[in-house]
Write a protein that binds this ligand. Structure first.
Ligand SMILES: Nc1ncnc2c1ncn2[C@@H]1O[C@H](COP(=O)(O)OP(=O)(O)OP(=O)(O)O)[C@@H](O)[C@H]1O
Ligand SMILES: [Mg+2]
Length: 382
């Protein structure tokens, strides 16, 4: 090898190493892991471009071979753009990226998924020291606004910078996919499901599966099983907050949650009328049977602002009453955390596929409603 060639070789190698380092900081948006750690970068080759005179210049063609987890992966463009960005921003030479994308062999993928599942098992939500705060949103009666509270609270947390996940644990009456406008299916990586991210929240709902897929997920008739599957077979990463939207009622799911996620805290949603608050109390009293903390009460549909007048359409006092009765029964403070107004856009915006506290750009609105949710989120985290 001539000296010139040896020098060129060394320069190419140094570029390749430098780029590999940079690519180790590119994170797969779904898996939340570095693309080099997951073996997605198969090779990087920097080839000097010949100058006009035939001599080498400080310009290089860089071929990066990338293997993605699944073919036609929806996030492939995000990843390739980030790789291109890393190549373009190389400071000491002019690099032209050529990205060659293919998908992993079955064997490589199955090894990767095994590794991820192992990490998931080693770091479940129940492990001591895991930072995830878990709030289960419950109610006695149906239709009081659990799903609306869950969805708006989730996007509020996300907009405050918390890594946020939400599970639609209402397996028969799921509604989070429609409030979040989700029409896609979770990616299934060899039996590991990727949650769908919508409005900044990682979401999982039985409603995202149809036909055969729903049957696969639905291996046992027991609720507990479905919850466990959502917790163990979904790649959640390491969220700061996990919200669970429960089915109405005083029963089974709350017990399953207490067993599966002992650090979950219950938030009881009620409306202001006394008849609703009686059942709401019962939904909180589940904490007498199982070790679970009731974090507080949210009163929804508390008033309707009409021409400057605050109309108490459903009466008043329900939230306060639930708070007092649960405080008495459980012997610790179960505060009334928030009172939320009845307002039409809470429903109409949700029907358009967006939680009402967000504006069209997906930012937290400056509305009073959004402020209430922000205050609620802050209180819950304190
Ligand atoms: N504060 C509010 N103002 C106006 N509409 C609301 C409000 N809260 C909820 N709604 C609407 O009331 C209906 C029921 O709300 P939601 O689905 O959130 O209740 P839920 O308790 O989850 O019901 P389910 O028991 O069926 O799961 C929805 O159409 C929702 O948009
Ligand atoms: Mg609901």
């Amino acid at each position: 090898m001539t000296e010139v060639h040896a020098g060129e070789e060394a320069a190419s190698q140094s570029i390749e190493q430098h780029l590999y380092q940079r690519l180790s900081k590119v994170i797969d948006p779904e898996l939340g892991r570095s693309i080099t750690d997951m073996g997605m970068i198969v090779s990087i080759e920097a080839v000097p471009r010949a100058g006009a005179s035939g001599d080498a210049t400080d310009a290089y063609d860089v071929v990066v071979q990338v293997e993605l987890t699944v073919e036609g992966c929806p996030l492939s463009e995000t990843i390739t753009n980030q790789i291109k960005g890393a190549v373009f921003s190389y400071p000491d030479a002019k690099l032209t990226p050529h990205i060659e994308v293919s998908s992993m062999s079955k064997e490589k993928l199955s090894n990767l998924v095994e590794g991820l599942k192992e990490a998931r098992r080693a770091n479940p939500f129940t492990k001591k020291g895991v930072k995830t705060r878990i709030f289960a949103i419950a109610s006695g009666k149906g239709g009081v606004g659990k799903s609306s509270v869950t969805a708006n609270l989730a996007v509020t947390f996300a907009s405050m910078g918390y890594d946020t996940a939400a599970i639609d644990a209402d397996i028969y009456g799921f509604s989070l996919p429609s409030i979040f406008g989700v029409h896609t299916q979770p990616t299934n990586l060899n039996g590991m499901l990727m949650p769908v991210t919508a409005w900044g929240v990682k979401l999982m709902s039985i409603g995202m599966f149809t036909g055969a897929d729903r049957a696969i997920l639905w291996r046992g008739p027991r609720l507990q099983r479905s919850l466990e599957q959502f917790l163990s077979d979904v790649w959640w990463g390491d969220p700061d907050v996990l919200l669970l939207d429960l089915a109405p009622g005083t029963g089974d799911m709350a017990i399953s949650i207490a067993q599966t996620l002992p650090n979950a805290e219950l938030v009881v949603v009620t409306t202001p009328q006394p008849s609703a608050s009686d059942v709401a109390v019962r939904s909180g009293l589940v904490a007498l049977q199982v070790p679970m903390t009731v974090r507080g009460v949210v009163e929804n549909m508390s008033w309707f602002d009409h021409q400057g007048e605050r109309l108490r359409i459903f009466g008043e006092g329900g939230g306060e009453r639930v708070s007092q009765r649960l405080t008495n029964a459980l012997h610790y403070d179960v505060p009334l955390l928030s009172q939320l107004p009845l307002q039409t856009d809470m429903r109409t915006t949700a029907e358009s596929g967006r939680p009402a506290v967000l504006n069209e750009d997906g930012a937290l609105d400056s509305s009073e409603l959004a402020q209430s949710f922000k205050k609620l989120a802050t209180t819950l985290m304190s």
